[in-house]
Design a protein around this ligand. Structure first.
Ligand code: ASP
Length: 450
């Protein structure tokens, strides 16, 4: 049995849904179909999820919602009409959209979660109706009925492991079950969503829960590429990669597959196959625990992300001072700030953070508290900070990767501000200025793939 997930661009219009229908019909092992909300039809279009966020905001601020409601209804109407779904099946969907503000919500965070979740919830109902009309033995399955219980965080829920037991009873389904991605319910029965892009997570949870033989993740690219295709023309496609490689690359910006979706896949040892709805015959990329074939390249992928910032600290004789690190980490913990890396020298220390956690006010507080606690000679935050990663299982047994990477960067006049081989044998991390990041990725790609 296969779990098959379609992203928003695969479901953006009736034309796209026609392709989805053909893909589902082409293999009778495809029994669990996870759907996103309708996504962008063209550059500059708005995803239904983002329309629903606007609708929720206007509702919270008691603004006129007529136009946004019409826009959202039009998205579903176009898909339904494209398959001649009768109005008596479409009208209930439109009514749910109109009536979202009238439902009871504990507070605005739950309201926002419920509005957002309806992008996938209504789409799954519509897709199930289209499948039935096209002769498939299919039905809608709500995450509540499936038994998916999540933690009580309305916009960043985590699946509660004990509910895998409930999911197991849906194994070996004779019917095609169409399940909305992105959301489930907390123990009080309230809707909570995963983080953005979270339909991938639903797919992985269902795949593990029903012990699927494969999780096919359909999106709009032929494969995961070794490097961002907007930086390098026709980059090498990755035929196979390990879960660890994917984890490290998604950390530094590979976004084709949600990083939280890897956990259920790893736990259930489910092979993930990223494929293209627009080109389903292409083999795509396999993500699994080990690779079946070897490649000539020492490096599997190169990624970079600018969503980092750093705190630099210098203090003479820092290396001799007992408790220096503990005092700083306690302050971070008191502010619920996690750190990513902490490369240190003799008298210097850099702490790297995910930039999204910090605000200018929080930086000021941290600066004041850390200064008072450890009296550094120098301390400052830098936002001009990108992390670059080269990742590959093959790096484990190759000599000279660091030297090749550093030479390629030096030849391109790129200043390194941090190097971290760290504990991982399968990756090397570089800190560079944001302005150098793209050039650095291209230089590394040319070195390892050309
Ligand atoms: N529709 C949601 C989003 O745009 C979830 C998803 O597409 O996976 O974030």
């Amino acid at each position: 049995m296969k779990v098959i997930k379609f992203g928003g661009s695969s479901l953006a219009s009736s034309t796209q849904l026609q392709k989805v229908l053909s893909i589902v019909k082409a293999d009778d092992q495809r029994r669990y179909v996870i759907v996103s909300a309708p996504g962008k039809r063209f550059d500059g279009d708005t995803k239904v999820t983002d329309l629903l966020i606007q609708y929720a905001r206007q509702t919270i601020h008691r603004q006129d919602t007529t136009a946004i409601v019409d826009t959202i209804i039009d998205r579903y109407a176009e898909i339904g009409h494209g398959f001649n779904v009768p109005d008596d099946q479409l009208e209930p969907i439109f009514d749910i959209i109109r009536n979202l503000p009238k439902q009871p919500y504990a507070d605005n965070t739950y309201l926002m979660a419920a509005f957002k979740a309806h992008g996938e919830r209504l789409n799954a109902q519509l897709v199930a109706a289209v499948f039935q009309k096209s002769g498939l033995n299919a039905r809608y399955l709500d995450p509540k009925d499936a038994g998916m219980v999540v933690t009580d965080v309305p916009d960043d829920a985590q699946f509660i492991d004990s509910s895998y037991q409930a999911l197991a009873k849906w194994a070996n389904s004779d019917q095609i079950l169409v399940i909305p991605g992105f959301f489930a319910y907390n123990r009080n029965g309230q809707i909570c969503t995963f983080s953005r892009g979270g339909s991938d997570i639903t797919g992985a949870i269902i795949a593990r829960g029903v012990n699927a033989e494969r999780y096919e993740n359909f999106t709009d690219v032929d494969a995961i590429y070794a490097v961002n295709p907007s930086l390098v023309a026709q980059p090498a496609a990755i035929a196979e990669m390990t879960f660890r490689e994917m984890r490290e690359l998604s950390y530094a910006g590979f976004s084709v597959f949600h990083d939280e979706a890897l956990i259920p896949a790893i736990q259930g040892n489910i092979t993930v196959n990223v494929k293209n709805t627009n080109h389903p015959e292409a083999p795509g990329t396999l993500i699994q625990s080990t690779k079946a074939t070897s490649t000539k390249y020492p490096v599997t992928g190169i990624a970079s992300s600018s969503s980092f910032c750093s705190l630099y600290l210098r203090k003479y004789l820092l290396n001799k001072e007992v408790g220096f690190g503990r005092k700083i980490l306690t302050i971070l913990e008191d502010h619920h700030v996690s750190y990513e890396h902490m490369p240190s020298g003799i008298d210097d220390l850099t702490i790297i953070f995910d930039e999204h956690q910090l605000t200018p006010e929080l930086e000021k507080e941290l600066t004041a508290e850390i200064s008072a606690a450890v009296h550094p000679d120098e301390l400052y935050f830098t936002h001009d900070y990108s992390i670059l990663m080269i990742v590959g299982e093959n790096m484990r047994n190759r000599v000279g990767i660091m030297s090749r990477a550093a030479t390629a960067l030096a030849d391109n006049n790129i200043k390194l501000i941090m190097v971290n081989q760290g504990a991982s044998e399968i990756s090397i991390m570089f800190g560079v200025h944001d302005r150098d990041a793209d050039q650095a990725v291209i230089a590394l790609y040319n070195e390892f793939f050309k």
